[in-house]
Write a protein that binds this ligand. Structure first.
Ligand code: FMN
Length: 288
């Protein structure tokens, strides 16, 4: 993850944006705060054991500072020329930690019922929107479920999605996981429709779509074949196809699909994000 927490990050980010624009692309900056996953100061909603390390609870003052920091990061994204920003509310990072009952055991107005657990996300959205104005796309990546049964469920995610879309979000990306059991990921969220089966969260996305209808939706995780991508669009499951690992393997995948290829050759082996290599060497596909 590239930093955007300080003004000194802006010139390098501007170089990246220029390259994308030169090639007729659009690029949004994803804004994230690690919380319990931070490398140096592990601090999240509540005291928590994170991979054998005790993480501390954030103070109210620190929560306010973080909201402000998201706003500042959004302003830096604009200074660097990004076309939009995406708030990262998924995968067990800070905002998704607050949303999840499992990681958020606070008893103040930042924890407890869903309204309180979603307060940080809404405040962050408002801070970001205030900095970028109404003409810049603000997107959100959110878990449909964190797969921990009592953490953040599809019932919670539909409610939060509905409320934040009403606030004026330009697009919502449906993802999942990061807190609960990875093994449960597909089982609860996929669709039994054979044409959609490849998409890990299609079943849950259909439920979320019902409440977010006029807000464009992107779907991520597991999409590899043209047939599934087309089914997602044709069956109105989502408006946008989102992928990560296939682009690590084949950065020019879109061109290849346009030229007639039926699917990505990514096998979802996840070596690219394994603890042996991720962050230790340059990001690349390790499959021969
Ligand atoms: C190496 C790597 C780094 C990732 N970093 C991020 C990230 O910074 N933000 C994010 O939202 N998702 C991140 N993800 C998750 C992907 O965006 C995506 O949700 C996930 O890989 C599932 O999609 P896929 O099946 O198309 O790979 C990362 C995934 C990989 C493999």
């Amino acid at each position: 993850m590239a930093g955007i927490g300080n003004d000194y990050h802006v010139p390098k980010l501007r170089t990246l944006v220029r390259e994308v624009h030169k090639n007729d692309g659009k690029i949004a900056a994803q804004l994230n705060y690690g919380g319990l996953h931070n490398l140096v100061d592990k601090a999240g909603p509540s005291m928590y054991m994170m991979r054998g390390t005790k993480a501390r609870a954030l103070s109210t003052e620190e929560i306010h500072d973080i909201i402000e920091a998201f706003g500042e990061a959004a302003e830096r994204a604009m200074a660097a020329g990004f076309d939009g920003v995406q708030i990262h509310g998924a995968h067990g990072y800070l905002l998704s930690q607050f949303l999840s009952r499992l990681a958020n055991r606070r008893t103040d107005k930042w924890g407890g019922n869903l309204e309180n657990r979603a307060r940080l996300l809404f405040k962050v959205y408002d801070a970001v929107r205030a900095r970028v104005g109404s003409n810049v796309p603000v997107l959100l990546k959110i878990n449909c479920d964190d797969f921990s049964r009592t953490g953040f469920t599809i019932k919670d995610s539909t409610e939060v999605a509905k409320a934040i879309c009403k606030r004026g979000l330009q697009a919502i990306e449906v993802s999942g996981g990061g807190i609960g059991r990875q093994e449960d990921l597909r089982a609860r969220a996929c669709s039994l429709d054979r044409e959609l089966y490849e998409a890990s969260f299609a079943g849950h996305a259909i439920k979320m779509r019902k409440v977010t209808q006029s807000t464009p939706m992107a779907l991520v995780n597991g999409l590899r074949s043209r047939a599934c991508m087309e089914a997602i669009i044709d069956k109105d499951v989502a408006d946008l196809i989102s992928m990560s690992r296939p682009f690590i393997r084949e950065p020019d995948l879109v061109k290849r699909l346009k030229a007639g290829r039926e699917a990505s050759t990514c096998t979802s082996c996840s070596l690219c994000i394994s603890k042996e290599v991720f962050g230790k060497m340059m990001l690349r596909c390790h499959l021969e």
